[in-house]
Design a protein around this ligand. Structure first.
Ligand code: ZN
Ligand code: ZN
Length: 303
């Protein structure tokens, strides 16, 4: 099952050095989930081959413009491209008003259904669920109410060993129960244990998106053992004071969060426009957490 994330925008606040404001496209088994939608997102989607037809859910972390100024443009393009299937947006309550005011004053009638889901930054909760995946909010500490998002695969079923189906003459309608962990009783009444019939399921994978936030350990328990963590690292560590003042994080602080949460790997991003060369940021973070990567635009990371 494909589970990866492509970086569409990696910069904080102001675009610089061909880096755009925040946006990421998460692909789970062909379904695209857009996380934040800064200015330029749809250009980057075209450039990196993100299929718009497979995008049905958009998650916005907070209302600083570098996280949503590309949204109305994208929604309008969907309309001009004759989109017909529904689209869901999850974000701060006032975002609905912002979208509506644009459409009101441009006399735009959408051809597709737009479902808005208000997300409050009060406590972590599941805001999206389908048969394979859940998305829950991560409460961040920023100048505005802000949530990160934790994408978690649901528990996979156990894998049935093909030869055992023939060996015990297991009927088709029993297979799902066995995959769920049940034993099998054969025609003679003999019990075959589930352990003999199945293999352990694939582990559940997860992706945490944390931007923007001041350094806080408040959500460590929630993301413990996450496979891939994206955490903002707006500043180099020398600028820690500036980071705290502006409710942002430094490279080493982001790495510490990755370490404390026992993440598989760390992607850092939301780079300040003051830095041209990002290798210094990467190396600083690696000193604390070696499995760090720069969330550079156009790169795809498997979860
Ligand atoms: Zn930002
Ligand atoms: Zn912000």
């Amino acid at each position: 099952m494909q589970f990866d994330v492509t970086i569409l925008g990696s910069n904080a606040a102001i675009p610089a050095y061909n880096r755009h404001p925040s946006s990421q496209a998460l692909n789970y088994n062909g379904n695209i989930f857009l996380i934040d939608c800064g200015e330029g997102t749809q250009f980057r989607m075209n450039e990196f081959g993100i299929k718009r037809g497979n995008l049905n859910n958009i998650f916005i972390s907070h209302l600083h413009g570098d996280h949503y100024f590309g949204l109305v443009a994208l929604l309008t393009s969907f309309n001009l491209n004759w989109r017909e299937h529904p689209l869901h947006i999850y974000g701060p309550p006032a975002l609905e008003e912002i979208i509506n005011v644009h459409f009101k004053h441009s006399s735009t009638q959408l051809r597709y259904e737009l479902h808005f889901h208000s997300v409050l930054a009060d406590e972590p909760k599941i805001i999206y669920e389908d048969s394979t995946l859940t998305v829950e909010t991560i409460i961040l500490t920023h100048r505005l109410p802000t949530t990160g998002f934790l994408f978690k695969e649901k528990k996979h079923l156990r894998k049935i060993i093909a030869e055992k189906i023939t060996e015990y003459n297991i009927p088709h309608h029993k297979i799902t129960d066995i995959k769920r962990g049940e034993d099998f009783i054969d025609e003679s009444g003999k019990k075959i244990s589930n352990a003999e019939l199945t293999l352990d399921p694939l582990p559940q994978r997860s992706y945490a998106y944390c931007s923007d936030t001041v350094y806080t350990e408040s959500f460590i328990e929630q993301i413990k053992g996450v496979n891939t963590l994206y955490h903002e690292a707006t500043f180099i560590h020398e600028h820690e004071e500036r980071a705290t003042e502006t409710f942002h994080t430094t490279t080493k602080q982001a790495a510490k969060i990755a370490k404390l949460s026992n993440a598989g790997k760390l992607l850092i991003g939301h780079f300040s426009a003051r830095y041209d060369d990002l290798n210094f940021l990467l190396n600083e973070s690696k000193e604390v957490f070696p499995e760090t990567f720069l969330a550079e635009e156009g790169k795809t990371f498997s979860i």
